[in-house]
Design a protein around this ligand. Structure first.
Ligand code: SF4
Length: 170
């Protein structure tokens, strides 16, 4: 687990999940959604590699935020180090929002064979799932680009054994 390859970092975001958030934009994605807002994140060799101690120090530097958002790129391609970072910072009271081009059900299914998928899912409070669909694009949606994307309450969904939409903000 060398660290996390990032395309960029945004601080004080109010658009990438509830409250004030530090956003880590992961590098690498092969969902290739037409109309993707950030195709520069697709190249798996691009971006900058950060060690976990460097990322932890970054979270502490902006420690006044409500939580951290793992966006993309596709965070689940770097699920193991993000899960490790998430576990550490959740213990300090931060919430975790994870964006993914996968569906919750696919992640759950894959987590049987790829432990890290399940690990990242379990540290996530709010999962915003599904690919960006240009035909479902809506500018007024909270925290997502297209209406097909769901705001999933992960702890509630894992308990229920099925995707449960977020009822109240974390
Ligand atoms: S999952 Fe996100 S980063 Fe990847 S192609 Fe789709 S919109 Fe772009």
């Amino acid at each position: 687990m060398k660290g996390v390859r990032l395309a960029g970092i945004a601080r004080d975001s109010v658009t990438d999940g509830p409250g004030l958030r530090l956003v880590l934009f992961t590098q690498g994605c092969d969902h290739r959604c037409p109309g993707c807002h950030n195709p520069a994140t697709w190249d798996f060799a691009g971006g900058t590699l950060y060690s976990l101690p460097e990322l932890y120090a970054l979270v502490k530097r902006y420690g006044y935020v409500d939580g951290v958002t793992f966006s993309g790129g596709e965070p689940f391609y770097q699920a193991a180090p993000l899960a490790a970072l998430g576990r550490k910072i959740k213990k300090e009271g931060y919430t975790i929002v994870t964006y993914t081009g996968y569906f919750f059900e696919e992640i759950l299914q894959r987590s049987g064979g790829e432990r890290a998928f399940g690990d990242l899912l379990r540290v996530t409070d709010l999962l915003i799932d599904g690919p960006f669909l240009q035909e479902a694009k809506e500018a007024s949606l909270a925290f997502r680009g297209s209406a097909n994307q769901r705001l999933i309450d992960v702890p509630g969904s894992l308990k229920a054994g099925r995707a449960t939409l977020l009822q109240r903000m974390i």
